[in-house]
Ligand binder design. Structure first.
Ligand code: NAD
Length: 316
């Protein structure tokens, strides 16, 4: 059995290979020719964010499983895998809490404008606090959660703690589940009109690409704080910049971008009201350890046909 690890992962995950004498090696040169050569005889691949195209995959003669370190899999040609009976695994139980906490951090930072208070004190202007712009509470504010899967549900728990009013748009989960979790299901357009906060937790696909575009920005409340930790491309960035320039919304928190890394001098960098992080919402130390262990276990347990494999980690 031979396993390739594409990208550096926390060493805790590799223990399962080492303890069981499984041949494994790390690849950090993602050039297509290098991958075609290095992956030609592997049985399993653990992959972070590099791209696995059908061209590379068609040269992997022994491949039985690709295991994503994370939950999104838009960097892997899933159609090729399913047409060729190669399994795809994700680390479904590992990173939702980390991302939900990242969203709360962005929401609190943008609501309290805490960086301005910090700057005021450190520049010797303590007495000028009345000159700070208004800042606000989360208490009784409406948050629209778009997508009520693993992360959306973890976020809802945290928003409940702040006594927020939580509305949810996800036509693929039952209204009963949403109500059971103390939230209220809404139609998308109603949610867009009444929300003070919107947080996006959807996959990027043909239905969700540009889901938030010029037209949607015209529906939002002017005080809206918009957060996207899901995938770049769900919010149209040109429309977002237009909305910030023209005060159509209050502010935005983004962990993900249409192009990653974003182009040099991206217009978002100049926006006072944009809080940007480098696609690291899931990368707390705790979450990196869990993802590494779960991604490697998925490969090992699948190849060994071991009952310990978590079924819901395998995308059919
Ligand atoms: P999930 O599959 O558990 O949940 C996604 C939810 O979206 C599902 O409940 C599904 O019914 C719903 N959905 C799908 N299409 C929809 C549509 N058109 N309209 C409304 N709802 C729709 O996924 P998750 O683990 O909660 O992850 C959510 C997103 O976060 C994914 O895009 C994932 O790639 C991304 N993510 C980002 C990071 C990061 O580091 N920033 C980390 C983990 C996940």
């Amino acid at each position: 059995m031979k396993i390739a690890i594409m990208g550096k992962i926390h060493p805790d995950g590799l223990k399962i290979f080492e303890e069981n004498n499984i041949d494994n090696f790390e690849i950090n040169d993602f050039d297509e020719n290098n991958l075609v050569q290095k992956l030609s005889d592997v049985d399993g691949i653990v992959i972070r964010t590099a791209n696995l195209t059908s061209n590379i995959l068609s040269n992997c003669k022994n491949l039985k499983i690709v295991s994503r370190h994370g939950v999104g899999f838009d960097n892997v040609d899933y159609n090729y895998l399913s047409n060729n009976n190669i399994k795809l695994a994700i680390t479904a139980t590992s990173n939702a809490v980390s991302v939900a906490e990242h969203v709360m951090t962005m929401i609190l930072y943008l609501t309290k404008k805490i960086h301005l208070s910090n700057k005021l004190v450190k520049t010797g202007n303590f007495k000028k606090k009345s000159e700070l712009p208004d800042f606000f509470e989360l208490y009784k504010k409406k948050i629209l959660i778009l997508g009520f899967g693993r992360i959306g549900q973890e976020l809802a728990k945290r928003c409940k703690g702040f006594e927020m009013d939580i509305i949810v748009y996800d036509p693929y989960v039952s209204n009963n589940l949403i109500i059971q979790k103390n939230c209220r299901p809404v139609e998308k357009d109603e949610g867009f009109k009444i929300a003070d906060y919107i947080s996006i937790h959807l996959p990027l696909d043909n239905n969700t690409k540009n889901l938030i575009n010029y037209e949607e920005f015209s529906k939002f409340k002017k005080n809206l704080i918009l957060i996207n930790t899901a995938r770049g491309g769900i919010i149209n960035e040109k429309a977002l910049i237009d909305a910030l320039d023209n005060n159509k919304i209050s502010s935005v928190g983004l962990d993900v971008f249409e192009k990653e890394p974003p182009i040099e001098n991206h217009p978002l960098y100049e926006q006072e009201n944009a809080l940007l992080t480098p696609h690291n919402a899931a990368l707390t130390l705790e979450s990196r350890k869990r993802m590494s262990i779960e991604a490697c276990e998925n490969v090992y347990y699948f190849l060994k046909n071991d009952k310990k494999l978590i079924d819901k980690n395998i995308i059919s």
